[in-house]
Design a protein around this ligand. Sequence first.
Ligand SMILES: Nc1ncnc2c1ncn2[C@@H]1O[C@H](COP(=O)(O)OP(=O)(O)OP(=O)(O)O)[C@@H](O)[C@H]1O
Length: 307
Amino acid sequence: MTPTSRAPDTPAVELDGVRKRYGDTHAVDDVSLTVARGEFFGLLGPNGAGKTTLVEMMEGLREADSGAISVLGHRPWPRDVELLPRLGVQTQASPFFVRLTAREHLRTVAALYAADPAAVERTLSSVGLTEHAEVRVDDLSGGQRQRLAIAAALVHDPELIFLDEPTAALDPQARRALWDVLRGLKSAGRTIVYTTHHLDEAEALCDRVAIMVHGRITALDTPNQLIAAGSTVTRLVVPAARLSLEDARAIDGVQNATTEDDVVVLETLDAGPVLAAVEKLAGLQGVQTRTASLEDVYLELTGTSQS
Ligand SMILES: Nc1ncnc2c1ncn2[C@@H]1O[C@H](COP(=O)(O)OP(=O)(O)OP(=O)(O)O)[C@@H](O)[C@H]1O
C-alpha cells in the first residue's frame, strides 16, 4: 500500500503486523488494527502489556522493528513534519517550559504550531486552568500539570489525538470535566486514541476498545460487544447475615461464592434456579443481581480475575 498525502478516506490509524522488541522482551508482538476517522479508540491492558510502545510507534516517537504503520495516510517514522501538526500528543512525561506560567507555556506551544492565539484561552478554559493561568508551571500541582499537558496536546486543534492515561492524576471532578472535553472533541469529528487503566472510563467514552496482553491484542470490539461476548456469569449479591458462605457454595449451579465486606457474592451461569434456591434459604430482600461490566471481561481476558 502506498498511502497518499492527504487522502481523506484513509483510516486515522492502520497497523499491519507491527512488532517491537527490547532485547528478549516482545513489547509489541504482531499487532494489526485500524482506527477509523472520528473514532474514540481505547487501549487497555495491564502494566507492561506494550500499550505505550504501541502508541509511541503510532506517534512517530519509536521505530517499529517490522510491520506497516499508517497515520492519517502517512508513515509516522521517520518523523514527518507534514504529519506532526495534525497530531496531538499527551504522554506520561510531556515536556514543559517550567519557568513559564501555564498561559505562557501554552502560548509558546500554540506559536510553535502556528495555531490561532485565541485558542490558548479557549483551551485553558476547557481544561479548567483559567484560574491558574498565571501560575508558573513549576508551581502547578500534579493534576494541574496533567491538565496543562492535555491542553498542549489540544491547542492546535489536531485531527488525531493521543492521550496516555490522561486522567491518572486528576481528582474526580476534573476527571468528569475532561470527559466532557473529550466528548466535545469527538462530536467535532476528532479521532482519539486513549490509553487508560480506568475501565469505567473506557466503557463510558470509547466506541471500541482493544485489550492488550503481553504485546498482543487479545480482544477488540465495542464495550457492549465485549461484555456480551465475554461474560456469561451472573453475580448474585446476598447479605452475609442471611446466607453463609457454606450454604451459598452448596447451592446447585453456583460456580463460585466469596465474601466481600458484609455480603456473599455467588457466581452462576444459570441465575434462575440459583435465585430460587437463595429465596428459599434467605428470602430475596436485599438481594442484588450484578450484571457484567467491562471490568469483569477485562479481568477474565488479562487473567487477573479472582474467580
Ligand atoms: N526502552 C525500553 N527498553 C527496554 N524495555 C522496555 C523499554 N520500554 C518498555 N520496555 C518493556 O517493554 C514492555 C512493554 O512496555 P510498555 O511501557 O510499552 O507497556 P505499557 O502497557 O505501556 O505499560 P504501563 O501500563 O505500565 O505504562 C515492558 O516489559 C517494558 O518493561
